[in-house]
Structure formats: structure tokens, C-alpha cells
Design a protein around this ligand. Structure first.
Ligand code: MSP
Length: 503
């Protein structure tokens, strides 16, 4: 069995969960669900990034201790993911002891390797990015280009990670592992950053207390990005002295990372260099997403255009929302969120296509087949559509292109609706002709329920059970479960309320 360790970025607790966070997490969830169907041993992890200057500033402003502050926000993420039916296997908080132990171990390894050294730092720092910038990286008036607000001037003794030593090793590693960053153009962006030359980066601060102390010099706390990136290994037991936790690291590492385009430098440059320094294999892959824009701008607390995903699921249902996020945008590119777009997709793809198909089939089985679903034909014309739906879906998920994967599944839904319209079983007298057509449609629906389940898990379950199929969708294993002919016939089909009422 192959393992599939998938991570999302860990989210800053300075903002409540919004559509931008939900976007990456839902993509991760769908991928995790797809890989479970493939029979992989999946370990899907998300979490929260809780240290650093920004969190300290927010806590101060709220008149709370940093710990109190993070303890209030982190559960909002867990709650949001529960409501969005996210199937993560673990949720890591960087304030947990298991994380702190692993960060100390990683720091120590890089220090022992001679890659962390003390130096004086003078420079400009954007607290919102938690990043130092040079003058040519700033807009006039020393404004951060992302946050459009002034950077702060810092001068202090810092430990530095000697990233400048890693240009050649990183270029060599990427050359030996082509295609690890998808989409390709994002991979080129990362390589461009490395080719431009690498500056050492500070890995510690003395003016800040809210962080993890360096194991060899406790006056310093670890730079928040060093701390945060380490979550990907600490979550699976790196640095643990418990044998079963340490074994988890051996089983699952290296990870497949999902990240946003704004954190390529940290994930595709700093992180593999840190790992190489510590003698750990770099990640297996990075899938880089664009931003979900709202009114043309990245949705963020600072821009004030935040959409709360939990408000949307009240309007459109969890699966309606998940489907929109996955189907509407091309992962890697920016996508534009509009409420009208959300409703339009829901009505066309879910209400009119999938929901309508299920209702039609259940109605005909009820009226013309005595409520018992007939078996499909082995030589059904839909068998070819089903086969290509599976093959193209599999390619789409493998390339981290959920919209392509879902479009392939929806092709099968459209083909099945067209097949029913061409044969009009509702106008035909009960008998073998109706049975043949409806048996084919039931079999198509069985396959559709499986292929659509990473996106709309609860609705797929409902379809599965209305078709009278035994077991659960999540017990199905691909590719066999998608082979034509699995619907046995002779099962009671339930006719019930529309799965996706029109909005
Ligand atoms: N804490 C860091 C990540 C550390 S990972 C070791 C961070 N947090 S974040 O909450 O600001 O953003 C996390 C991820 O969410 C980023 O990849 C970012 O691109 C993504 N998104 C935040 N807003 C987004 C949109 N509006 N659209 C799509 N993704 C967005 O960075």
C-alpha cells in the first residue's frame, strides 16, 4: 500500500477562518478523499500557526496574553473544518509540546551542521508577512507590497540560516526531481527565486518572547517561519522519543504540500534547504494554488473583503459550497468569488444535472419497476462514458486539478441525462426496454456517486443509500469500483426529496 501524506499550510490565528483558508483546506480534503478511494494510506494534516510578532501584537491589542488569544482562535478553525466535512487525520497547533520538541530538534540539527550562525541584523521587517525586506522589495514610503503598510526597522543580534550555501544543492535537487512543483509555471517561479541568488535569513529574535527558544541560546526565540514550516514533520512525530510517534515519521515523510502562491519562497526555497541541512529528505511534491479573489483582491482581513465560509454553507449547503470551490477555479490560477457564481453553479451542476438525474431515475424505478432497480446491460453505450469519466478524473486529481476531475465526472452525468432524454423511459410501458435503460442509469449513478464523493461526500452517501447499495461509498476501492457492471440490480431504490433543491 502506498502512503500519501498531505498537508495544508497552517493558518495564522490572527484571522478567523475565511474563504481563502477554506479554499486550500477543501482542495486538500478532496485530494485526501480521492487517495483513500485509491487505497492509499492517507494522512491529512492541517493546523494553526500560533507564534510570532503578529500574534503577540494582536493579543496585546485585545488585552489578552498570547496563550489566551490563540486558545480562543484555534478552535474556530477546528469548528469550521468540522462543519465543512473536512476529513483531516490530525490538527497541529504550533503551541503544542509535540511541536516544540520537534522544532528544537530541527534547529539543533541545522546548528550542528554549521548552517546557523550569529550575526547582527539591521533591516526592514513587515510584521504582517513576518518577513524582512530590502529597499528594492518595498514600495515608495517603505510600504510592504502585499499589505500596503509601512515596514518596521529592526536592529538586533540574530541567528542566521546560511541559505546562501544552498543555491547549488537546491538547484541540483530540483534537477533530479523534475515536476515536483505543480502547476509547472509555479515550479519555474520557485526555480527563478533560487537562480536569482539566495540571502541568508534570520531564524531568531531576541526582542520577541512569544516563540520557541533556541535550544543552545534561550535568549532567542525561533523565527516564526522556521517554527511554522517544521509543523509538517513535528505533526508526524519528528523529534519524539516515543517509538510509535517516531515510526509515524518514517512511514509518512516526505509530504505532499498544498500551498498558496504567496508562500512559495518559504516552502520551495527555505524549507527544502532547512531539511537538506538537517539531513532530512525534502518534500515529495508541492501543489501551488492561486488566490481566491473577492472584488478583484486577495481575500484577507487587511483588505476587509472577507467572506465567512460558514455563512455560505447556511445558504447553499456544505456540498454546494465545497463543489463550487473545487469546480469553479483552476487550481494554480487566481479565481474570483462571486455570490452569483456560487448560485449559478449550484443550480446548473447540482440541482439541474446531478440532482435531477437522481430524481428522474428514482421516479421511473418507482413507477415502472415496482421500486426495485433493474440490473445494467454489460454492453451499455454509457459504459464507454463511465470509463473515460474515471480515467480523466484520475488524471485530474493526479495533477491537482480538481475542476478537471469533476468536469470529467459531470460529463458522465450529462451523458446519462442525455441517454434518458433520448430513450424517454418515463413514456415507455413497463418491461425490458425500460429496465435496460434504467439499469444503465442506475449503474452510471453508482459510479458517479463514487467519483463525485471527494467533492460532495454527504450527497454521494445519500445517492449510494437511495440506490439501495450496501456498505459505504468510502469503502469503495478504485479503479475496480469504477468498472462498469457493479450495480447488481434487485435493490430497493428510494424516491425522496430533491437532493439539491433549486435556489
Ligand atoms: N501561517 C502561514 C503559513 C505557514 S505554513 C508553514 C500563512 N498563513 S495564512 O493563514 O496567512 O495563509 C495560509 C494559506 O492560505 C496561504 O497559502 C495563503 O495563500 C492561503 N490563503 C489565504 N488567503 C487566501 C485567499 N484569499 N485565497 C486563496 N488562498 C489564500 O501564510
Amino acid at each position: 500500500m502506498s502512503t500519501y501524506y498531505l498537508t495544508t499550510p497552517i493558518y495564522y490565528v490572527t484571522a478567523k477562518p475565511h474563504l481563502g483558508h477554506a479554499y486550500t483546506t477543501i482542495i486538500g480534503d478532496a485530494l485526501a478523499r480521492w487517495h483513500r478511494l485509491l487505497g492509499d494510506e492517507v494522512h491529512f494534516v492541517t493546523g494553526t500557526d500560533e507564534h510570532g510578532q503578529k500574534v503577540q501584537d494582536y493579543a496585546d491589542a485585545a488585552g489578552k496574553s498570547a496563550q489566551e488569544f490563540v486558545d480562543e482562535i484555534a478552535p474556530l478553525y477546528e469548528e469550521a473544518w468540522r462543519r465543512l466535512n473536512i476529513s483531516h487525520d490530525d490538527f497541529i497547533r504550533t503551541t503544542e509540546p509535540r511541536h516544540k520538541i520537534g522544532v528544537a530538534e530541527l534547529l539543533q540539527r541545522c546548528y550542528d551542521a554549521g548552517d546557523i550562525e550569529l550575526d547582527l541584523y539591521k533591516g526592514k521587517y513587515c510584521v504582517a508577512c513576518e518577513e524582512y525586506y530590502t529597499d528594492d522589495e518595498l514600495d515608495a514610503g517603505d510600504l510592504c507590497r502585499i499589505h500596503k503598510r509601512p515596514v518596521e526597522y529592526y536592529e538586533e543580534e540574530n541567528y542566521f540560516f546560511r541559505l546562501s550555501r544552498y543555491q547549488e544543492p537546491l538547484l541540483n535537487w530540483y534537477a533530479a526531481h523534475p515536476g515536483v512543483i505543480v502547476p509547472d509555471f509555479r515550479g519555474n517561479e520557485a526555480l527563478g527565486l533560487i537562480r536569482c541568488g539566495l540571502r541568508d535569513f534570520s531564524v531568531s529574535r531576541t526582542s520577541l518572547k512569544w516563540g520557541i527558544p533556541l535550544p543552545w541560546d534561550a535568549k532567542h526565540v525561533a523565527y516564526v517561519w522556521f517554527d511554522a514550516l517544521a509543523n509538517y514533520i513535528t505533526a508526524i512525530g519528528f523529534g519524539s522519543d516515543q517509538p510509535e510517534r517516531a515510526a509515524q515519521f518514517e512511514t509518512f515523510w516526505p509530504a505532499h504540500h498544498l500551498i498558496g502562491k504567496d508562500i512559495i519562497r518559504h516552502h520551495c526555497v527555505y524549507w527544502p534547504a532547512m531539511l537538506l541541512s538537517a539531513g532530512i529528505e525534502p518534500p515529495r511534491s508541492w501543489a501551488v494554488g492561486g488566490w481566491l479573489l473577492s472584488g478583484g483582491e486577495k481575500m484577507s482581513k487587511t483588505s476587509g473583503n472577507v467572506v465567512n465560509p460558514l455563512d455560505l454553507i447556511d445558504d447553499i449547503g456544505v456540498d454546494g459550497f465545497r463543489y463550487y470551490v473545487l469546480a469553479e477555479t483552476t487550481y494554480g490560477q487566481d479565481g474570483d468569488f462571486t455570490y452569483e457564481g456560487l448560485i449559478a453553479r449550484y443550480n446548473s451542476d447540482l440541482a439541474n444535472n446531478l440532482g435531477n438525474l437522481l430524481s428522474r431515475v428514482a421516479t421511473v424505478v418507482d413507477k415502472k419497476c415496482g421500486g426495485i432497480g433493474p440490473a445494467p446491460r454489460t454492453d451499455s453505450p454509457l459504459a464507454i462514458d463511465a470509463e473515460s469519466a474515471y480515467t480523466t478524473s484520475a488524471q485530474g486529481w493526479a495533477a491537482v486539478q480538481p475542476n478537471r476531475a469533476l468536469d470529467a465526472t459531470w460529463q458522465l452525468i450529462r451523458a446519462t441525462n442525455a441517454y434518458l432524454e433520448a430513450n424517454e423511459p418515463w413514456k415507455t410501458e413497463p418491461g425490458p426496454t425500460v429496465d435496460a435503460v434504467i439499469g444503465d442509469a442506475l449503474e452510471a449513478l453508482r459510479i458517479i456517486a463514487i467519483l463525485a464523493s471527494p467533492a460532495v461526500p454527504a450527497s454521494s452517501d445519500t445517492i449510494w443509500h437511495r440506490l439501495g447499495l450496501p456498505g459505504e461509498v468510502t469503502d469503495q476501492r478504485l479503479p475496480n469500483a469504477a468498472k462498469w457492471g457493479g450495480y447488481p440490480g434487485g435493490l430497493p431504490v428510494v424516491k425522496a426529496d430533491p437532493l439539491f433543491p433549486r435556489r
